[in-house]
Design a protein around this ligand. Structure first.
Ligand code: PHE
Length: 342
């Protein structure tokens, strides 16, 4: 009884699938497909067959040969890719950099707070403005409704600059800005000059200076962020709502704010705003109010047409509250044990 080509193909396919090496595959190719193979040997029986029978056997042989070739090729590819993977695993070079124990630096906690505040206010539709740290008396005080000799000037212990030696500076009294409020005036004048507003919705974070001795709650150089909104029909309700949204966005949904009547020459009415603390007490954060008509006029705007509100608060103080820092001086003594906590 002669062997069926399909039987050879089945048997050979199993053998190929079980082969473990490329050499074994090659050996099996000789066994099943070579000139000495059983399949090739079947050709010898052609002479005993008629044309129709030859045709049948021939096509069975072809099918078997194709199946065996495919099995050989498939197994060879499997073994080759396994060999490549094994080689990559053993010879691969790890190019990833190792930092070992080295510590990465990061932004100072005040910078982080500053940037976070910009993000929060930008998400509320404000843009960021800035102004110089060396200001004129006019921008820092006079334009903010604090004429020379105004008693409220004593609220800001000012560091004046002696500009008499600097030629070509004119008669302007220079000083280190005591708050970011001069940027209110600069923003209004800039908007009028560039024809880009009002409406004006800006915040201005920046460094400010006061003639103060450093202690747990004061620094002679610190940071404030000013907010200014000028539009038509702005009310105290808009101010309260903006402060409340800010407090929730920055501190979290369970925090709330309140306004307390206060006095600033550049706002009328004026208020101080506090935020709620976990123990039910209130922490004072900053000042705010409706922009005084004289300030609008100094900014080149008609108080009959435009109204607005402004607020300003200490960035350092906010960071102190948020992170529970005891002493503001920690922010400037540059002790890495303190700074690396943030
Ligand atoms: N500039 C004020 C301060 O430094 C804060 C403030 C800003 C108050 C804007 C009202 C409006 O104390």
């Amino acid at each position: 009884m002669t062997v069926e080509p399909s039987q050879i193909a089945d048997e050979g396919s199993v053998a190929f699938a079980q082969s473990e090496t490329l050499e074994a595959v090659h050996e099996l190719e000789l066994t099943y497909l070579g000139p000495q193979s059983v399949l090739s040997g079947l050709k010898a029986s052609f002479k005993d067959l008629d044309v129709a029978e030859r045709k049948v056997l021939g096509s069975q042989m072809n099918a078997a040969r194709q199946k065996l070739e495919a099995a050989a090729q498939g197994r060879r590819e499997e073994l080759e890719s396994a060999a490549r993977a094994a080689q990559l695993a053993t010879e691969g070079v790890d190019l990833s950099e190792s930092l070992g124990k080295a510590k990465l630096g990061h932004s100072h906690v005040i910078t982080q707070t500053w940037e976070r505040l910009e993000d929060v206010f930008c998400s509320m539709g404000f843009t960021v403005a800035d102004g110089p740290e060396v200001e004129t008396d006019w921008f820092n005080f006079e334009a903010l409704n604090l004429p020379p000799a105004h008693p409220a000037r004593s609220l800001w212990d000012t560091l004046y600059l002696d500009s008499s030696q600097l030629e070509g500076l004119g008669q302007e009294q220079l000083l280190l800005r005591t708050h970011t409020s001069p940027v209110q005036i600069r923003s209004m004048l800039r908007a009028v000059r560039d024809n880009s507003g009002p409406p004006i919705y800006v915040v201005c974070p920046g460094r400010v200076y006061r003639r103060d001795t450093a202690d747990a709650t004061h620094l002679p150089v610190f940071h404030q962020i000013e907010g200014l909104v000028i539009d038509r029909g702005i009310t105290m309700g808009d101010l309260a709502g903006t402060i409340e949204s800010f407090v929730k966005a920055y501190f979290g949904e369970n925090m709330t704010s309140r306004l307390r009547p206060s006095y600033f020459p550049f706002t009328e009415p004026s208020a101080e705003f506090d935020i709620s603390a976990a123990d039910g007490s209130w922490l004072e954060v900053g000042g705010c109010g409706m922009v005084h008509p004289n300030v609008l006029k100094a900014g080149g705007l008609d108080p009959e047409e435009w109204s607005g509100f402004a607020f300003g608060f200490g960035i350092d103080r906010l960071a102190k509250i948020r992170y529970g820092v005891e002493d503001l001086r920690e922010f400037v003594t540059n002790d890495v044990r303190f700074l690396s906590q943030f």
